[in-house]
Ligand binder design. Structure first.
Ligand code: PEP
Ligand code: MG
Length: 324
């Protein structure tokens, strides 16, 4: 109940035993940024920029994008804003680009694959972002990275556009460059990525569908779409552990971050940031404050070694009921 928890907006998000977390919002439009602030968000953990590309019948111009990013950064008043470069393809189409039909769109030309294929689109977006970075605390991440070459190529383009703008005399902020972890290969190779990326944001919506090979849009296989499956939890844990070894931080921006049953486990694993829908921000913050990492840690090895999602869910629900 939001009104009872409004006092939390001014507080830091700290667990009952003193560990700091951050709870930020997911947005898909400029207006939603203001909603995140109203609802007590400590920043934006995922700005889905696809809407900018879908609201018109043509590609948005660099200046149009610049204005949108600048407005969001200013609205957030110095709080961190993670903008995800365009993640088109899969379930998100752009009719005016007339891309060829694919047999398996979720395994096809989407996310960073699309951006590396259509380089002017990514370069334009990066330029708009770099220019906007002077107006707030901007971080950028690439979606759907499967192999390290993709991150390196995206980063090289980012550095090139940055150099060009600086040569033109334009002020550019200090921007952390991260990536989404939403493909199992990336989670399994995170040790390497952690040497090159500044941060990670786990996209559990896609990570679950790719790990269990269950289309997130297909009702007939939705029973296999299992957030609590130990395979998913093991991937999440190794991303957090190896990222931390390299001094990097980890967010989750998929729906799992606002799942009341999953949150204790994620807190116990030391997830740094929870990026959730604005309507879930305050409850997520309240929930974290009620937890103590030290009460949870013993549960982690146990659930990772269970054989299936049902048994994991049982353990997590028991924990929740005991602490209520
Ligand atoms: C995800 O995959 O979890 C994610 C946050 O990205 P999207 O839902 O936009 O694919
Ligand atoms: Mg995704």
């Amino acid at each position: 109940n939001q009104s009872n928890l409004d006092w939390l907006i001014q507080e830091k998000t700290v667990s009952g035993d003193g560990h700091a977390f951050s709870v930020v919002g997911n947005i898909g439009s400029v207006d939603e940024a203001r909603e995140v602030i109203r609802k007590g968000g400590e920043g934006i953990g995922l700005f889905r920029t696809e809407f900018l590309f879908m609201e018109k019948k043509r590609l948005p111009l660099e200046d149009e994008q610049f204005e949108a990013y600048k407005t969001v950064l200013q609205a957030m008043e110095g709080k961190p804003v993670i903008v995800r470069t365009i993640d088109i393809g899969g379930d998100k189409e752009l009719p005016y680009l007339h891309l060829s039909k694919e047999m398996n769109p979720f395994l096809g030309f989407r996310g960073i694959r699309f951006c590396l294929g259509e380089q002017t689109i990514l370069r334009t977006q990066l330029r708009a972002l770099l220019r906007a970075s002077a107006f707030g605390n901007l971080k950028i991440m690439f979606p759907m990275v499967a192999v390290i070459e993709e991150f390196r190529q995206g980063k090289a383009m980012f550095e090139e556009e940055k150099r060009k703008l600086v040569e033109e005399g334009i002020t550019v902020g200090n921007i952390e460059l991260g990536m989404m972890v939403e493909i199992p290969s990336t989670a399994l190779m995170v040790e390497s990525f952690a040497k090159e990326a500044d941060f990670f944001s786990i996209g559990t919506n896609d990570l679950i569908q790719y790990t269990l090979a269950a289309d997130r849009m297909n009702e007939q296989v939705s029973y296999l779409y299992q957030p609590y499956h130990p395979a998913i939890l093991r991937l999440i844990k190794r991303v957090i552990d190896y990222a931390h070894q390299e001094g990097k931080w980890v967010s989750i921006c998929g729906d799992m971050a606002e799942n009341k049953v999953a949150i204790p486990l994620l807190v116990g694993m030391g997830l740094d940031e929870f990026s959730v829908h604005s309507s879930s921000i305050i409850n997520t913050r309240a929930h974290i404050r009620d937890l103590r990492m030290q009460d949870i840690q013993h549960m982690i090895d146990k659930v990772l070694n269970l054989p299936n999602a049902a048994e994991v869910e049982q353990v997590l629900e028991n924990f929740l009921n005991k602490s209520d």
